[in-house]
Structures are given as C-alpha cells and as structure tokens.
Design a protein around this ligand. Sequence first.
Ligand code: MCA
Ligand code: AMP
Length: 505
Amino acid sequence: MANHLFDALTGQAHASRPFIETEDGGIIRYEDMLERTARLANALVRLGVTPGDRVAAQVEKSADTIMLYLACLRAGAVYLPLNTAYTAAEVGYFIDDAEPRLFIVDPVRTDRVAGIAAKAGAALVALNDEDGGSLVGLAAKESASFNNAERGADDLAALLYTSGTTGRSKGAMLSHDNLSSNARALVEAWRFSRDDVLIHALPLFHTHGLFVATNVVLTAGASMLLQSRFDPDRIASSFPRATVLMGVPTFYVRLLQHPGVNRESTQGMRLFVSGSAPLLSQTHEAWRERTGHAILERYGMTETNMIASNPYSGERRPGTVGFPLPGVEVRIADPDSARPVDQDQIGMIEVRGPNVFKGYWRMPEKTAKEFREDGFFMTGDLGTIDPDGYVQIVGRNKDLIISGGYNIYPKEIEQEIDRLEGVTESAVIGLPHPDMGEGVAAVVVRRPGASIDGAAILGTIASRLARFKHPRHVVFIDELPRNTMGKVQKNMLRERYARLFLQEA
Ligand code: MCA
Ligand code: AMP
C-alpha cells in the first residue's frame, strides 16, 4: 500500500548498493534494509502496534536504531526518539504525555523505566539483547516481507519533544510530507546523488541526525559510514572514503585541533555542512584555510525541519544561513505587531511551507499561539535578510541555550534549583564556551543565613536532569538584576560573567 514517506525514502534504492557501513566494517545493503525493516515491522504489528500508535525509543545509536525508525514508518507508527542522556524523571514526562503503545529501550535501561512504561500502559521491549526476547530477536522469527501500512502526506511520522521556554515540553508533530518534502529539498540543494558517502556521527534522536542526515541519504539512494559517536580520529580517517560530513559547530572546532585534518586528507570530500547552532566566522575561516573547503551553514528547527541553507554553488557567506530552501517561505516580522520589517532590519524569523509541523501534541492552544493567522510559524529566532537575500540569525527571542548543538531551556533548570531549601531564586544563563559554543552557568541567590553551596545544588539536580544540562559553574550573588517591570535582566548577567568559560581555556 502507498506509504508516503517510506516510498519517498526508498524510491531511489538500488537493492545491491550499500546503505550503511557500520564501525566494524559490516555492510547493510538496501535489500538488507528492506528485509530487516519488514521483519521488524511484522514484529511491531505482532506486539499490537497499529497505524497512528506512538512507538517511543531510548536507545544507543546503531544500525538497529535506523532500522527501527524505518520499521515504524512501514507499520504506520509515529516514531518518538528520546535522548539517551535523559534521566528517568525526564523520560517519565514524555511517556506519560505521548502514551506510546511500545517503549523500546536498551536492555540496561529496562529496570530503570519499567514503572514509567507500566504507568502509561506502554509495553516495554528491549531493542536488542542476547536472549531473543527483544524486538530484534522477535523480528528474526518474522517474515521478510511486509505490506506497508497505508499512510498519506498528512499522517504523522514522528513526534519530537522540544522543551518549552515556560512550562512543559511540547511534542512537535511531524507528518510524512513534512519530512519527505524537506529531504527532497535538501537532496536538490546539496546535490546529493547515489555516489555520496556521508560520515554520520550525529545522534539519532534529533532532527539533524535522524532526518537531515538519514533521510537525505535514503532519498538519494546514497550510503553512510555510521559512527556511534563523534570521534575526531575516526572522522579524520574516514575522509578518504567519504564525500560529505554533517555536523554541529563543535565538530568543526574539535576537528580543527586534529593534525589529520588538512587539504590532502579532505580532497575527496565535496561538502561540509554545519547547523543546529551558530558557526563562528572564525571557525569558517580557519576551516577554509586549513582544508580549502567552505563549510556550508544551514538553519533549521525541530518544528520546521530545515529552513534555509547557504548555496551549493555560489558564495557561502560566513555568519549567515543563506537562502530559504526551495518551497519554503521566510519573512522577518515585528514580533509584536507581526508587520514585516524593512530590509536589513531585525525582526522575528517566520516560516511557512510544507516543512512546517502540524502542531504540538495535544496542545492546540500552544500551537495556535505560535502561528500567525496567515500560517507563518514564529521561530523565536531574531534575524535579518540582507539585500542579497542571505538570512542572518542575530539572536533569540526565546530563553534558550544551545550547547554543542543540544537545546537547553534555562527555565527547566531554574525550577529545579529554586525548589531547593536554602535558595531564594536563580537565573540560568548561556555563556560563550570555546568548545560547546555556549556553556551553562547558574547564578543563585541564597536564602538569608543559608549556606548551600554549588556542589549541593548540583548533587541534588543530578538525578533529575540530563548531564548535558547541568550548570558547569554556579555563582552566588546577593540579588538578581531586574528591570522596572521586575524581569530578571539576563543580558546583564551574561555580560558580567562573559569570560567564565573562556578564562578556563
Ligand atoms: C556532551 N556533554 C555535553 C554535551 N555533549 N555538555 C553540554 N552540551 C553538550 N552538547 C557532556 C557530557 O554530559 C559529559 O559530561 C561530557 O560532555 C562528555 O560526554 P561525551 O558524550 O563524551 O561528549 P562528546 O562525545 O564530546 O559530545 C559532544 C558532542 C555531542 C559531539 C558535541 O554533544 C553531540 O553530538 N552534539 C550534537 C547534538 C545534535 O545532534 N544536535 C542537533 C539537534 P561529564 O564528563 O561532565 O559527565 S537538532 C537541531 O538543533 C535543529 C533541528 C537543527 O537545526 O539541526
Ligand atoms: P531545535 O529546537 O533543537 O530544533 O533547535 C532549533 C534552534 O536551533 C533554532 O531555533 C535556532 O535558534 C538554532 N539553530 C539551528 N541552526 C542554526 C544555525 N545555523 N545558526 C544559528 N542557530 C541555529
């Protein structure tokens, strides 16, 4: 039966060509992928998954993870990937909210999340283990053919949670066409072909690694070198066999420290892409000097997939994210009045197109608040469009820290710190960090007479929040600076502590 996204992703597949090369040198060809995902989809159906059901997964990166995602599409399920760094407390919220039919985890996690799954009525299954009771074990006994669930353009393919600036995390509902239209636009914009070999070193639970990297490779019928994590040695030694690298800015900052990265080693590479966080112009220039390649910077968001990209041929302008992708409209509007601003003026970046999500899961009011009446989505990013049409992001209208490409919402951390005995209030801020772009710091006001220190604060939040969200500095202050409306002036704090991480370097 017609399955909008899976059909689009496999339209170019040539059975005998490689799709994935794993770290141990194993090759998964397109025909193997079709067989493995058919078996897995049969297993999902046997476990009770019906079209529209959510299937949540908190699993380490592996070829099985990619197979699971594709099997979910084939079975008509809505794939919900979760960061492997999330604590049980964080996972509990997502599982409660999404009510998945299945929750698939690594075997080591089953005990930790059994109660969470049971409470939400989700069956808990290990992805892969020794004893055959896992999803992969069950799939081995299933048929190698599967009749794909019928799915149309507007049916949901994935649910990705993005933390809210205030309050609860929101599940962004992404449809089959949101993902297929964006993958097609990127294949065209970046000239992907089946001869491409992508170095895939990004995590598989976010848009960048799951959709941009994986869907683009599939749509082009290309192949990838699947690497379980970012490892500069492995990447540098992969250059001679690859053509494209996609990464967050931290990848490039770290690769520049690697002696194996030079003109010679990268001469067979045709494209270096950066996104998810701002790439410093210095990094762009240093990379060009070292390798002769101009990094192509692009801009996206979980809710919108990719929005804009520097050109493949033509000037890749450092400090900009290029032009809107084909089929995507971008405008800059006054955040309050919604009126478009004059060229070169700063305003809110707003987006409309087939890439823009269907809304937040079970939050119609929140969804309505983020869209203009004419269907433009408000990104919360501030930017300009220059006379040549290049979009430039100049700041954020949302209280968000991006560290090494991961989004961190200060509110979530402040709430945890403010609950502590001995704390009056706190402000969590992002400060320039030489490796991660931004680093997390907490500015805390103690209750009079209290002696709580940084270690005590960090110790208490450790079990509640993923490690990458933990403040790496806690500073104490008598009171937080506020404006006349009583709002904490984080910009003043950011200025005051601007060198906190830089002076460590
Ligand atoms: C790891 N750590 C971090 C981060 N990553 N701390 C802050 N920010 C981070 N991003 C901490 C760990 O908790 C640990 O702390 C220590 O660093 C070492 O952990 P390890 O896992 O070894 O780190 P790493 O391998 O060096 O990872 C750094 C990384 C990784 C390679 C930059 O974070 C990464 O792959 N980031 C990519 C994220 C991504 O894919 N974003 C796309 C989102 P300790 O040692 O103290 O315990 S999608 C998106 O944004 C939109 C749609 C878009 O446009 O793409
Ligand atoms: P996420 O919510 O994880 O999808 O992150 C989306 C946010 O990442 C955007 O709203 C931007 O603030 C930021 N972002 C993505 N790409 C870039 C980029 N190339 N430059 C600056 N910020 C970016």
